[in-house]
Write a protein that binds this ligand. Structure first.
Ligand code: NAP
Length: 222
């Protein structure tokens, strides 16, 4: 059975990915800062105490996983804080936080766990269509958009770099999902988003590596 590591697995989309993949027979490693009652209730392996922006924590995670081989690495953890042009000077910490969590951390987590990833495995980044420059028809949300555009760039470079190990990299938008991030507004619930994402991850291959897709299967423009 495949082993799948998911960041941000204590709630939201990450929790649903953990739940559904466990049901599908994966050995799930649920990474989080702090576990939740629902995650503890799943009975999957939980690696808590990991802030994905902290180098020490990433080293700790890699150490704890000594001897573990990972088939799917799902970089799901993310953060959204509102940002505006007018308030940029007051919001600089939030701009930096979103860059740290949404853009840098998926790359750092992937690097930290590279030795655990099997050849022929998959690396997924849960990005957002808000990171699409071509699809930006409404403006605003500077920090979140910039961070997701940046991680899209990183994902394409990763796809090139990991291809010779047969590792495919997918950039997936989950849809507009009712989670804490959206104040529980949106078009779909996390269970539906997770089910669609899993279908897309199953389809992901070296032929489609580096692509940017909606969880509903549509390709998204950069
Ligand atoms: N919901 C949507 O409509 C939507 C749309 C497009 C893209 N996305 C993307 O989908 C992914 C999941 O979002 P969601 O809606 O499930 O959000 P969510 O319910 O707010 O969950 C976010 C998760 O990320 C974790 N996280 C944040 N900062 C972290 C850090 N520094 N270290 C470790 N974990 C951290 C959170 O952990 P804590 O509990 O410790 O805070 C939580 O588990 C994100 O990448 C998001 O950008 C969501």
């Amino acid at each position: 059975m495949p082993t799948t590591l998911i960041t941000g697995a204590n709630r939201g989309i990450g929790f649903e990915l953990a739940r559904q993949l466990q049901t599908a027979g994966h050995d799930v490693i649920a990474v989080c800062r702090r576990s939740s009652a629902e995650l503890d209730g799943l009975g999957v392996r939980v690696e808590a105490g990991i802030d994905i922006t902290r180098r020490d924590d990433l080293q700790t995670l890699a150490r704890r996983l000594s001897g573990v081989e990972i088939d799917w690495l799902i970089n799901n953890a993310g953060v959204l804080r509102g940002s505006t042009l007018d308030a940029i000077e007051e919001q600089l910490d939030d701009f930096r936080l979103q860059y740290e969590v949404n853009a840098l951390a998926p790359l750092r987590v992937t690097r930290a766990l590279l030795g655990h990833l099997v050849d022929g495995g998959k690396v997924v980044i849960i990005t957002s269509r808000m990171g699409s420059i071509a699809d930006n028809t409404s403006g605003g949300q500077y920090a979140y958009r910039m961070s997701k555009a940046a991680v899209n760039t990183a994902g394409v470079s990763l796809a090139h770099e990991l291809a010779d190990r047969g590792i495919a990299v997918g950039l997936l938008h989950p849809g507009y999902v009712r989670t804490g991030m959206t104040g529980h507004t949106g078009h779909i619930d996390p269970d539906e988003a997770a089910a669609h994402l899993i279908q897309r991850i199953e389809e992901l291959s070296l032929e489609t590596t580096g692509s940017f897709r909606h969880a509903n299967g549509e390709g998204l423009p950069w």
